[in-house]
Structures are given as C-alpha cells and as structure tokens.
Design a protein around this ligand. Sequence first.
Ligand code: COA
Ligand code: AMP
Length: 629
Amino acid sequence: MAYKDVYEGWKADPEGFWMEQARAIDWVKPPSKALFAENAPLYEWYKDAQVNTCWNAVDRHVEAGNGDRVAIIHDSPVTNTVHKITYAELQTRVASLAGALRAKGVTKGDRVIIYMPMVPEAIEAMLACVRLGAIHSVVFGGFAAHELAVRIDDCTPKAIIAGSCGIEPGRVVHYKPLVDAAIEQATHKPEFCVIFQREQQVAGLIPGRDHDWHGFQHGVEPAECVPVSGDHPAYILYTSGTTGQPKGVIRPTAGHLVALNWTMKNVYNVDPGDVFWAASDVGWVVGHSYICYAPLIHGNTTVVFEGKPVGTPDAGTFWRVIQDHNVRSFFTAPTAFRAIKREDPKGEFRAKYDLTCLRALYLAGERADPDTIIWAQDLLKVPVIDHWWQTETGWPIAANPLGLDPQPVKIGSPSVALPGWDVQILDEAGHPQAPGTLGAIAVKLPLPPGTLPTLWNAEERYRKSYLTHFPGYYETGDAGMIDEDGYLYIMARTDDVINVAGHRLSTGAMEEVLAGHPDVAECAVIGVTDELKGQLPMGFLCLTKGVDRPHADIVKECVKLVRDQIGPVAAFKLALVVDRLPKTRSGKILRATMVKIADGQDFKMPATIDDPAILDEIREALQTIGYAK
Ligand code: COA
Ligand code: AMP
C-alpha cells in the first residue's frame, strides 16, 4: 500500500487504524477501544485491555510451534564467544528467573533496576520482570554509582539485578562495587540484589542481601505470565533533561506492544524469522525497543552484540557479524560509522565479507551527516535510512517506511512522518510554519500508542517539559523544518541537551557536578562539534576569588569529578578556566554563542549581551586548546 494512503488513512480514522494494528497482539482481554482521552492532555491507549508483554515476546512463539527458532544470538568479540538461544530455551530461562524473583516477593507493580552489560541475561531480566508485571528500569553500564543512586531513589526498586562486570576494550568494568556504592549513597534500600557472575570477575556477595543468579533459581517454580492492564508501565527508562535529575520515561504496556510490532515490517522491513540487529546497548531506548522488545514481539532473531565498531578486534567486526548471522536489517548510530571510516577509510575490511544478506542500514540517535551517509551507501550498496525518534517516543517519529512503500531518500532528512505522528513546525508563539521555515518541532496531541503517557512520579514536570510551551502539542526539544514534500530536517536541540556518540547527555547535570568543586564559583558546559562523536562536552570554569592553585590541577580534578559522578559515558575531558562567562543583561549564560565561537562559526552578536568584550576573552581561551579557529 502507498505510504501516503496509509498515512492519510490513519489521519482520517486514528481509532480504526490503531484497533486494526492491535489485532497482531495476543490479548488476555482485548481492548474495547484504542484511545482513552478522559484526562486530556494526558492520553492513554488500550487502557481497558489485559495483556502480558513477555507472553507476546516469547511464549506465543513457542505456542505457535516456533520454539526451535533462534530468539537471541549473543555475539561477543570481547569474550570471543557466540551463543544462540531458541525461543523455547528463552521461555524456560525467563520463566525460571521470574519464578525466583516471585519467590523473593517481587509482584506486579514492583520496580526492579537492571544494571548489566550486553549479555542475553540482561534481556532475560527485562523479560522476567514484564512476565510478572514488575516494572524494570535498566541503567546503562557507563553511568557511575551516583547516577545509579539517583535512579534508585526515584523509582525505589524492590530489587537490583546486576552483572558482576562489563568488558570495555582494554579493561574490565567492575559493576558490583558501583552497585554497592550506589545503594550506600541512596536513601532507599532495595530488599535484595541478584548478581550474574561472569568469569572475568566474580564479585563478592553480601550475605542476606545478594543472591547468585543461578543459585537463587534452584528449586523454584517457574512463573507464568501475569496479565496487566493496557496502561500498566512495562518499564521506566531514565533520560537526560536539562537538570541533574533525569526524567523517568514510562512505557505503557499495550501501546508499546502494538506500535513496536507495527514498525518491524513497515519500517525495518523484516518478516518473522529474519535476523535483525541493532548495535546499541540495552541501557538506551534503542536497546529496549530494538534489541529486546520489537524483534522478539515480532518473532525475529535479535543479535546482542558485546563489542565496539572498532578495536574488537578491528573495523571489520560489524561486517563479520552481518555475514555470520545472516543479518537482514541493521541499525546503529552514525558515530559508529564515523569510527569505522576513521580506521578504515577505504572500506578494505568490508571486502573480506559476504554481505549479500543485508537489505538496509538504519541510522538514528543523532544527526546523520551527509558524508557518513554517502560513505555508508557506497560501502554497503544498500539503502541507508536515517530515522528520527527519542527515548520519550520509543519508536520512530519519522522514517522511510521501507517495508510499506519506500520513499525517495533525501540525504540530510530522516524522511517522512509515520502514521500516528502529526508533526508540525511552530514559531515561538506556537503558530504552524510554512514549508521550508525553521522552528520548533512539535507533534499534535495525542501522541500515538507506545509513547510516554507521563513521567514516573513527576506529572507536573511532564506537563511543564513537554505540553505547556505549545498547548495542544508535544514539544520534542528539537528544532528543524519540513520541506514541500513533507520531509523533515532535524537541525538542533532547543534545550541544553547534547548528543555525544549517540548518547543523550545533560550539560546541566555536568554543571551541577562542576559547581560542587570547592574552587569553582561559576561554570558552564556546552557541546562542541566533534568529528567522531558528533558533540563533546566542554566546561568553562570561573574560580572562586583568591584561588591561586595551578589551573591544570583544577581542570584535572573537574574531569575526574564528572567521570566519578556521572560516569565515563559523559566523555567529559575538555575544560578550561576563564575569568568571566558571557551573559545577557538578565544574567542568562550565552551558551549557544559560546558553541559558535568554539566551533569557529560566524555568529550574530546577541542584542541582549551584557559585555561583548567577554566573547573575545572566551575566544582567546579556546584558542589555547585548539578551538575557535
Ligand atoms: N560500561 C562501562 N563503561 C562504558 C560503557 C559501559 N557499558 N560504555 C562505554 N563506556 C565507557 C567507555 O569505555 C569510554 O571510557 P573511556 O573514557 O575510559 O575511554 C567512555 O565510556 C565513552 O564511551 P563511548 O561513548 O563508547 O566512546 P568510545 O571512545 O569508547 O567509543 C565509539 C567511540 C564511536 C566507538 C562508540 O561511542 C560507539 O560504538 N558508539 C555507537 C553508538 C551507540 O551505540 N549509541 C547508542 C545509541 S543508538
Ligand atoms: P534519545 O532520547 O537518547 O534517543 O535522544 C533523542 C534525541 O537525539 C532527539 O531528540 C534528537 O535530538 C537526537 N536524534 C535522534 N535521532 C536523530 C536523527 N535521526 N537526526 C537528528 N537527531 C536525532
């Protein structure tokens, strides 16, 4: 069917469209209708249904006779192992883990934090939670103990499931001490921990609190799937906002099932049984949606890859995985391709592998720059599909719907709005803009199924962050435009969120950490352009009067502070001491102007600037570290 017809069909009858898509899901009690708008502008989907996510992702495939189909391929170049798990095995493993959690008192609605590396057990832990109706919150392994503690206090988990360690190139990351430190720091104390011991590092267990993953499953009854209502939270995933307090995005069970299932064929063009690979991490939304849930709900084989695009062992790793596992559709972040291109600009590794199985490459998580897209197109000779979405949405807002009706690719655009999304460009006053005009990107309410209904424990923040600025719309936080053909262009964030190697980070959170250094009186963090990671955080430090220690020492301490408090994923390595920060007359730091100076771009002198001379001081300081050229 033509994309335009499907999109218009959805627009004319959203209720009919989403009830039709819901037929692909196994319901314990089917929904009587799709949209529940009683609490508008807060909306819910399929609220009166009863359903279980794990049943739809695992058990129903076994029931349908596909138990021998491979559900998960764990390919781990960092441990030199490849391991396959069928749907039938997955069902047994997940039911057993869920049974053990239930025996320890975990029930519907309880929260469970998962802090694990890229091993199949991470997926099993997620599925065991949703099997019981428990609400998981996966925390990315690159976050430090403090970030884990903040999440423990916000979602007050009954249990934490963790790996003993993660493996980064050249070092083993000991997770268990980070878990211990986080529990120590947090006010809320979980009742117990389950530790998955890896041979690279066997962690010490605290008697009475910690349980060994295998040991605690001995002799327990496997758990059946527990039906939950359609609006029950499947999980909470924390993402960066403008402050140090992350936002707990809630994923509602039923809408999540329906929407993700729809995308697998229509966007990613795979049929049940095909191998699908998203090279991300379970700690991010891409990992939740497209390593764990969508491929399994749709009956695909998912690849859990524990490695990096380069260095594990070389820039050909991705091509080997695609060849060895017969990957049909492949999804990663543009930064991964930039890393490969840097190591292997001529694509010599690619020639060593047979990639005829691959039908398309999907990029998201950050802006896909034209150079990277063209390089990937030339190398792989398959369509390269940029698509745009967010943790909040859980699935693509705009994409090229390859499995539905491929649209011409326009490089620099993630293509067109998918059914469910009425995307508009608004000016500051909230007026829709003509094609080709830049503005804030907003989505007309209601958002489609699977998107966040609110934030965990923070409804007011949800309203304020997303719904208040443009009444009747969801504010995405991105700015851009739509062209005459309806193609979207995503240009920049409108807030202080930056994107480092496809990871969404808050400059505000880093500023809060830097402000905690005893010698720092005031600070600002901006995102400067980086060839590999897209952006890198850079800190500007104004010192307390009278401090006359060497600046290099203070910078070093600040870098360590951010690494210790937020984690290595922040990639905070650039900082410099300045006398003053450029501000408006009302005292707002001119971060956007500082970015332009650092990147060596032209800029318009802000009309409200207090003292233009400070910009020259900033430029000179930046030049001493090789920026602002
Ligand atoms: N546990 C512990 N530490 C982690 C971690 C994890 N799960 N993931 C990353 N880190 C650490 C890294 O070791 C690195 O530490 P270092 O400062 O000691 O070197 C730091 O966090 C930054 O990691 P990363 O962003 O991965 O940068 P990198 O320099 O190691 O690698 C790329 C660069 C481009 C190869 C890498 O970012 C990449 O593969 N990106 C793919 C994008 C992606 O998966 N995005 C997810 C959203 S789709
Ligand atoms: P996250 O919530 O971590 O997925 O980050 C979402 C943000 O990443 C978006 O709001 C955008 O700023 C950015 N982003 C994601 N995908 C794209 C894309 N295809 N093009 C440009 N920016 C993107």
